[in-house]
Design a binder for this molecule. Sequence first.
Ligand code: SF4
Length: 320
Amino acid sequence: MSSIPVGISACLTGQAVRHDGGHKHSRYCTEVLSRWFSLHPLCPEAGAGLGTPRPSMRLEQHGDGVRLIAPREKRDLTPVLEAWTERQLEGLASLRGFILTAKSPSCGMSRIRVYHPDGEVARRDASGLFAQALMQRFPLLPVEEAARLNDDALRENFIERVFLYDDWCCVRSEGLSAATLLDFHTRHKLQMLAHSQQGYRELGRLLSNLRGKDLDALADDYITRVMQLMRKRVSPGAHVNVMQHVLGHFRDNPGFRDHTSAGLRQAADAQIAAYQRGEVPLVVPLTLLRVMQQQAPDAWLARQHYLAPYPDALGLRNRL
Ligand code: SF4
């Protein structure tokens, strides 16, 4: 598998580019994710020529606008950071995800404080200037803060979205057709169902009759909805429903009529129930379903990314 291009705040890779000359090295990013993602480090503040070390900065509310201010020096650094960001964004179109540093007035994805000029906190719901521009320019791009990757569910969700978005970008770059669009929808069906049954049904209606429609516009609408849907957390109950759906595919499979196979099917059923009770992680019933798939392959299931949406070695489903 070729590695997937993912942007990252440079300080997370260990580069000493923070305002105090330090870094925020994330070993998970550089030692684990880097095995599948080619990481593209980028430091907006150093890149914009603000120097390292440099004065500390914060977001300030001035009239209707938010400015990036170095309060001690009373310097407004917004124009220089915005100009650098604007020059960079075009070159980021090939990325399939971005990992940002939390709490930064440039890189923070969310919950960034905005101050009144007198130093009082005005609100705590902003994004850093670079992060905001990135998310506005590439609204489909999976974006996450490194600190949030410590949460098992958020980490799994981000990585699943990166792999799915990469698949979508390949579909688009190889030339979109009704057939390739429907094929993408089919192979991600179980993933989408897990995230939202209603969302999946709406997507199905969107694709129900493609004849005479503007395929490019429809595809843009489709993937926007898909990426929104994929942001929803998958509940254990939703995984149980999808795994029961998978199990149903083996009921009429002639390869599962003998005694041994019936036992395997019962074991999978029992482990799905054990997962539902919180006794085993998701990987346990899913492994049994994959063994069943190896024993008597089902052509439709073989194409479903749900059974292996990312490399097993990431160990993500051991912790769900
Ligand atoms: S948070 Fe962003 S701007 Fe700050 S040092 Fe890290 S990469 Fe640079």
